[in-house]
Design a protein around this ligand. Sequence first.
Ligand code: FE2
Ligand code: FE2
Length: 135
Amino acid sequence: MAFIEWEEKYNLNIKEVDDQHQHLMDLLNKLYDSVVSGAERTVLGETLDDLIQYTVEHFQTEEDLFETFQYPHAESHRKEHNDLTRAVIELQEQFKEGSATISFEVLDFLRNWLIDHTLGSDQKFGPYFNQKGIF
Ligand SMILES: [Fe+2]
Ligand SMILES: [Fe+2]
């Protein structure tokens, strides 16, 4: 069984964003698999980098939509994105310095964050953008 699995409840009815959420889950599964299989440090680092880079791109996609359609809850939503971005960049730096590993605790944190955010704040903008004709 995958570490995190896409479920219908994650669906926002906005194709680009839904596709990105699925890809984020794929990347998190890949990181999990690398940890479980005892992959080399360089492989782990690259997998982490991919996840972080894609996360940043994904946040930008949502924030561009917020701006284009003047989403009223953009500010608090952006803050959630920024907090997570800061946390993962810190992890990335510590990993590169050798002072952090990608533990199951870290993996759980990432999974919980992704689930909570996708089912929480992200769900709120689905209907708003659908009303604006974005699907
Ligand atoms: Fe999202
Ligand atoms: Fe978001």
